[in-house]
Design a protein around this ligand. Structure first.
Ligand SMILES: Nc1ncnc2c1ncn2[C@@H]1O[C@H](COP(=O)(O)OP(=O)(O)OP(=O)(O)O)[C@@H](O)[C@H]1O
Ligand SMILES: [Mg+2]
Length: 329
């Protein structure tokens, strides 16, 4: 790890928990705040200015901020968009600040493309919970008998999930169910599925070279003004993916221990375990040590995946980003 504990602790007091602007470059723009990203929609230019904040979401709620999380996520997405543009077009236009991506505005497909290579998960909707409760088909894929938690599936599977309205939980469905719902055309689905499978194979291969397992991931795609399907939002980040260390995975699987993970599973475990919270009622306040440990893991994921040192920008983020974007309140 290239970042000292001193810097991580100092950053606790100046994480980016949101942005206050109403105009960019002197033009008033409508905004949409997701759980993690503040988006400013520039219809005139056909662009979406995405500010990746340090907010962490778990169990479909925002639970607090993690030092440097926005920078890590945005720079990892930048890395992966650069390295996969030969496989599928994506929305990235430019990155004017470590926390900001300017993207082509697209019409999102109303479905998330989830690729899974392992029988795992902790939430009630995960493939592992379904299997544990006796299900031997998941989203239309049949699963072999006798599998153990965290074991590799015979082959990666696509398990689409319908995007719920804000505050609701997403639902996993089979291809047939999804098409029967009439939310997406068969042609769009086939293109999106082909892209998801190819990106996941490339992501797994790169992760393996870096000593990691990309266990599962989620893609969002949209239709751009020319009608093409492009990858939007984020890609292969620790928020949208499960990353495990490959080195001791076999031994841990054999012992029945959880894989060592680099994603936000660490925070989910603290929330569900020590804090006894899994989404109902107001979230607990994360202690500094949990926030710092989560930051270490996000930064480690960046460094392991990209093979480069993370360059933390420690300038106060709101003023810095405002200067980069010409943003005003
Ligand atoms: N290029 C794009 N064009 C249009 N929408 C996009 C694009 N890239 C990302 N988005 C949307 O911007 C938002 C990003 O915010 P964020 O990831 O914080 O949202 P979220 O909390 O995951 O989802 P929700 O939309 O349910 O709030 C998402 O709604 C995502 O679908
Ligand atoms: Mg999102």
């Amino acid at each position: 790890m290239t970042i000292s504990d001193e810097i991580l602790h100092a950053q606790l007091a100046q994480t980016l928990d949101g942005t206050p602007w109403t105009a960019l470059g002197g033009r008033a723009l409508p905004r949409y705040d997701g759980k993690v990203r503040d988006c400013y929609i520039d219809r005139e230019r056909g662009e979406r200015v995405i500010v990746v904040t340090d907010r962490l979401s778990a169990f479909d709620a925002v639970v607090g901020t993690i030092p440097f999380k926005g920078q890590v996520l945005n720079q990892l997405a930048t890395f992966w968009f650069d390295h996969t543009r030969h496989i599928a077009p994506n929305h990235m236009v430019r990155v004017p600040d470590p926390n900001v991506m300017i993207a082509r505005e697209c019409t999102p497909l109303p479905v998330e493309l989830v690729m899974r290579a392992y029988l795992t998960g902790v939430t009630s909707t995960s493939i592992w919970k379904a299997y544990e409760q006796g299900a031997r088909t998941f989203c239309g894929h049949s699963l072999p008998e006798g599998m153990r938690k965290n074991e590799r599936l015979p082959m990666p599977i696509l398990t689409p999930s319908t995007k719920a309205a804000k505050g609701d939980h997403d639902v996993s469905v089979s291809k047939d169910e999804l098409l029967a719902m009439g939310r997406i055309s068969p042609a769009h689905f086939e293109t999106a599925a082909t892209i998801a499978e190819a990106l996941f194979a490339a992501g797994q291969a790169h992760a393996a070279k870096q000593g990691l397992i990309l266990a599962d991931t989620k893609y969002e795609m949209g239709v751009d003004p020319s009608g093409a399907i492009v990858v939007i939002d984020e890609i292969h980040t620790p928020d949208s993916s499960r990353y495990w260390y490959a080195e001791d995975y076999p031994q841990r699987l054999a012992r029945g221990d959880e894989p060592r993970s680099l994603d936000k599973e660490f925070v989910r475990r603290w929330l569900a375990g020590e804090a006894k919270w899994s989404g109902d009622g107001p979230p607990p306040v994360m202690p500094d040590e949990i926030r710092v440990e989560a930051a270490r893991r996000y930064i480690a994921s960046f460094e392991l995946v990209t093979g480069t040192a993370f360059q933390a920008d420690t300038r106060p983020p709101v003023a810095r980003i405002a200067a980069a974007l010409g943003a005003t309140c």
